[in-house]
Design a protein around this ligand. Structure first.
Ligand SMILES: [Zn+2]
Ligand SMILES: [Zn+2]
Length: 280
């Protein structure tokens, strides 16, 4: 079975995130390095980093994914925000690299007052401050609504324009894909997605899947995650999506709602059931 995991919490400590992944019998997991809606970022001690690495190796949790915080905006119209964003981006990717994360996933911001060329140039510049990372690769995630990352042709154009040695590919979030207008609850929507990726010969660029159902309807442009099978994509939609041959070895990370600890268990069980059905 392909790597399957969830976004786990670092709320008490970094080690908490890995213990959660182990308890849920995940084979991969994703974390934030700090609260994603604040600028402050703590340093982890060498002891904590080493313990984290030891547990990860012991339980073979691969890949490890770090999700960027939401504040990073490399193309803000406010120069102060750009400066803070460049600083935070660099701190986060260096910390992800120190933790030996495989991927650092980021949603790029859009700016209605800027054309694509200016957005690409500013983003390129922001990334160029990072320096060469040892191991961690940066992935650009598709979003529900944006002129640069919502539609597949735009996402690929953006990826190609932000040439940076640390860029490793793209992450496809099923909820965002659906909200952007690819109705993957139907065969037509699945075909549209496959055709566009094939047209750009971009299957190899996809390194990670965020598996989320959608509370909002197809094409709504609204990013609201739902439990697997309980939203507009539905079990049938996920079965069709997970049947796509060229994506069949990619790691799957759930970012579904968590009100109780049972929520992750239920969503993981639903996905495992679909995967077993597809493999039989
Ligand atoms: Zn996502
Ligand atoms: Zn989302």
């Amino acid at each position: 079975m392909r790597p399957l995991g969830v976004h786990t919490s670092i709320k008490d400590s970094l080690i908490n995130s890995i213990n959660e992944a182990i308890a849920l019998k995940c084979t991969t997991f994703q974390i934030f390095l700090h609260s994603p809606r604040i600028w402050q970022i703590p340093e982890f001690s060498v002891e904590v980093i080493n313990e984290f690495k030891r547990l990860r190796q012991l339980y073979s949790l691969n890949p490890l994914i770090v999700h960027a915080s939401y504040l990073i905006n490399l193309i803000s119209s406010n120069p102060k925000t750009i400066a803070s964003s460049r600083y935070l981006l660099k701190r986060e990717v260096l910390m992800a690299d120190a933790l030996e994360a495989d991927y650092y996933v980021i949603h790029l911001k859009d700016n209605n007052d800027m054309g694509k060329d200016e957005i690409f140039a500013k983003t390129f510049e922001g990334f160029s401050k990072i320096g060469k990372l040892e191991k961690c690769k940066i992935l650009i995630e598709n979003t529900a609504k944006s002129k640069i990352t919502a539609l597949i042709p735009d996402l690929i154009e953006t990826f190609k324009n932000i040439e940076n040695e640390n860029l490793g590919g793209i992450c496809i979030d099923t909820c965002h894909l659906f909200a952007a207008g690819y109705d993957i609850s139907t065969e037509e929507g699945i075909s549209k997605f496959i055709e566009e990726i094939s047209q750009y010969d971009a299957f190899d660029l996809i390194k990670l899947i965020h598996l989320n159902d959608s509370k909002a309807p197809a094409g709504s442009g609204i990013d609201r995650h739902e439990h697997i099978g309980k939203g507009h994509i539905g079990i049938k939609g996920f079965e069709s999506f997970l049947r796509i041959e060229k994506l069949s070895n990619l790691p799957l990370i759930l970012e579904t709602p968590k009100k109780t600890p049972e929520d992750d268990l239920k969503n993981l069980a639903t996905v495992r059931k679909i995967l077993r059905k597809l493999e039989s």
